[in-house]
Unconditional design. Structure first.
Length: 409
């Protein structure tokens, strides 16, 4: 679970903010646990280097240093290049306390790995490769753990999983209480097909056993399932994104759930007054959710310095418009289906609820792999797919045309 949690304090954007708060000559210090092969400390180093490069620092190597004890690595980031006196002071400090230097301007390989000797001088070579743009991509590709910099869109600093780790992680299962590097992720991966099979069994097996006249078209079930995927994916992405703005998961969860449920409920009520353009609701919602992927990073960054009460207001105002639209499709589709066959209501709820459970696991995996923007874009695709599944069935009340998805061959 630790590897699946958000850590906005250790992203590229966070390090940029820390750096910009330094006075000229000020030093930012990051200390992380040592792992072998390098993972946590390598990601912290890569994050620091990426932050400097993105701020336009021409020579990041002149402004960073790193040293290690037996258990931890400490990274130093100076605002401005190190002076000769400062470099000499770092060397004296490390020598006196028997800390091994990992990275320092002018450091040679034989000067590292002197006190806490490890085979291969791996930390020195890893940090040097990450610092060198010409070698960085090759090292990242060959590394056993994923050490790419964490970002606000993918703030999972402790998620190092790579598929080649699976055999070693499984080999440790049962021998340690916390298999490092992928145990939590493998649990989520295992739960996803289990949940999908359970959902399919609970919905499709009764569907297959139902008499033909009482069996709704699969297109109808797919539409309601896609609505469930879209809603839960958007909800999870909003909660995770607003953790940064509101400061804690509790604040984010409360604000998102209260506003989203209130506005989606209002949207459901308002569908009773829609007499035209009902079929445009889902395509419009898909566009709105997709736009959140681009708009939310800017909005959160712009509002971070505000007092908490104003940040809550900003979050609520950002959630309310999509929330209002998110409450409409299910109510519209359910009303259109029930007008033709009241027995469809139970099937609609079953498909939608089952998809929401599966979608929660899927959204977690997508967020870890492709970021929160990826979750929002896939949610938008789900709403677009629902629009295609329902087609023109969301007819204006009073229309003589029956729901298209209820038509049978």
């Amino acid at each position: 679970a630790y590897s699946l949690g958000e850590t906005y304090r250790l992203t590229v954007e966070a390090v940029r903010d820390y750096y910009q708060a330094l006075a000229p000559g000020g030093v930012l210090v990051l200390t992380r646990w040592l792992q072998l092969p390098p993972s946590e400390e390598a990601r912290a180093w890569a994050t620091a280097v990426a932050a400097l490069e993105e701020m336009g620092v021409a020579q990041p190597a002149a402004q960073v240093a790193a040293l290690r004890s037996l258990n931890t690595a400490t990274i130093l980031i100076r605002r401005g290049a190190w002076t000769a006196d400062e470099l000499a002071a770092i060397r004296r400090f490390a020598e006196a306390r028997r800390f091994d230097l990992i990275a320092l301007p002018g450091l040679e390989a034989e000067e590292a790995n002197r006190f806490q000797v490890l085979p291969g001088n791996e930390y020195y070579h890893a940090f040097a490769a990450i610092l060198d743009p010409a070698r960085r991509a090759a090292w990242m590709h060959a590394a056993r753990f994923d050490a790419r910099p964490a970002r606000d869109d993918r703030p999972f600093f402790f998620h190092f999983f790579r598929w080649q780790q699976v055999p070693s992680t499984l080999a440790m299962w049962g021998r340690t209480w916390q298999p490092f590097g992928g145990g939590g992720y493998l649990v989520v991966l295992a739960l996803l097909p289990a949940a999908a099979l359970a959902a399919a069994a609970l919905v499709l097996l009764p569907w297959a056993a139902a008499p033909g006249a009482r069996r709704p078209p699969l297109r109808l079930l797919a539409g309601f399932a896609l609505l469930g995927f879209g809603f839960i994916g958007t909800e999870i992405a909003l909660v995770q994104r607003f953790i940064l703005l509101l400061g804690t998961p509790t604040h984010a969860l409360v604000v998102v759930l209260v506003v989203l449920l209130a506005t989606s409920g209002a949207g459901s009520v308002l569908t009773g007054r829609l007499t035209a353009r009902q079929a445009a609701v889902m395509p419009a919602l898909a566009l709105v959710v997709a736009s959140l992927a681009a708009a939310l990073p800017w909005l959160v960054e712009s509002a971070l310095a505000l007092p908490l009460i104003l940040r809550i207001a900003v979050a609520a105002l950002a959630i309310a418009p999509p929330g209002l639209l998110m409450g409409m499709p299910f109510a519209l589709a359910l009303r259109a289906a029930a007008a033709r066959d009241a027995g469809v209501v139970a099937w609609a709820w079953a498909a939608n609820g089952a998809a929401s459970v599966v979608g929660a696991l899927g959204a977690t995996i997508v967020a870890l792999s492709w970021g929160l923007s990826g979750v929002l874009l896939l949610s938008a695709l789900a709403y677009g797919g629902a629009a295609l599944a329902f087609g023109t069935s969301l007819a204006v009340p009073g229309s003589r045309a029956g729901p298209a998805f209820m038509a049978r061959p």
